[in-house]
Design a protein around this ligand. Sequence first.
Ligand SMILES: NC(=O)C1=CN([C@@H]2O[C@H](COP(=O)(O)OP(=O)(O)OC[C@H]3O[C@@H](n4cnc5c(N)ncnc54)[C@H](O)[C@@H]3O)[C@@H](O)[C@H]2O)C=CC1
Ligand SMILES: O=C(O)C1=N[C@H](C(=O)O)C[C@H](O)C1
Length: 238
Amino acid sequence: MKIALLGYGRMGKTIEELAIKRGHEICYKTSTAIDEEALKEADVAIDFSVPNAAFTNITMCFKLNIPVVSGTTGWLDNYDKAIEICHKSNGSFIYASNFSIGVNLFFKLNKTLAHLMANQQDYAVALKEIHHTKKLDAPSGTAITLAEHIIDATDNTKWHLNNQDSKDHTNSIGITAERTPDVPGTHTISYSSKIDTIEITHTAHTREGFALGAIIAAEWLKDKTGVFTMNDVLDSII
Ligand SMILES: NC(=O)C1=CN([C@@H]2O[C@H](COP(=O)(O)OP(=O)(O)OC[C@H]3O[C@@H](n4cnc5c(N)ncnc54)[C@H](O)[C@@H]3O)[C@@H](O)[C@H]2O)C=CC1
Ligand SMILES: O=C(O)C1=N[C@H](C(=O)O)C[C@H](O)C1
């Protein structure tokens, strides 16, 4: 499979290494604006760029009829618009805030725990994420997905970033975002009462899990049309 890498930073480089080991070819890579002629050569594009470039990169792939997998976080205000353009142009698209298989299993665990805790009024839920200091967005996309899944199962109606504003936080899940050098990504959900605390944590030890998941998603998407999620990919391989 000929892969175009839109974004050749920490993730782009990790994806390149693993994709070559799986027998793929990197036919194009960029860390700036796309060269349309070069991108046309690709069977599939993988976008791990920056929040203000993702929408342009993704919609360029729709225009050129190239299936695109995106893991870039912090651009989701434009997600619905991207989906509309994808459908209109018969494009192929998968976005996930986290492509790691382990995190996607952790998403399921989080949903199950949220359902169990939904009627336990003595417990207060909280979310914490820790990432490297070069990360541009906070909270992480993964933390937002985890919070949205808890909101779907409980009385909580929104989330907020701790220490950033002093608005009404009734029925709101507080997310703490910590930045520490070289941490690939750690997410913890805790339910605390006066008596005890129940806590689940996913700790990424390297970026390989994110990269491998994105390559598996690209292999899966290559010959399909439509908008999919990582659940669609996992349902067909697990
Ligand atoms: N969904 C997932 O599983 C994961 C998502 N991420 C997300 O992926 C994104 C990239 O993460 P990293 O590789 O760590 O960041 P990075 O900063 O190392 O790499 C981003 C690269 O994109 C480049 N770039 C800037 N403008 C561009 C443009 N117009 N087109 C293409 N590239 C452009 C930058 O120069 C940089 O080289 C972030 O949003 C991060 O949150 C990171 C890890 C896993
Ligand atoms: O920027 C990162 O590094 C990561 N970003 C994603 C996120 O925002 O959730 C996924 C992973 O946690 C690493």
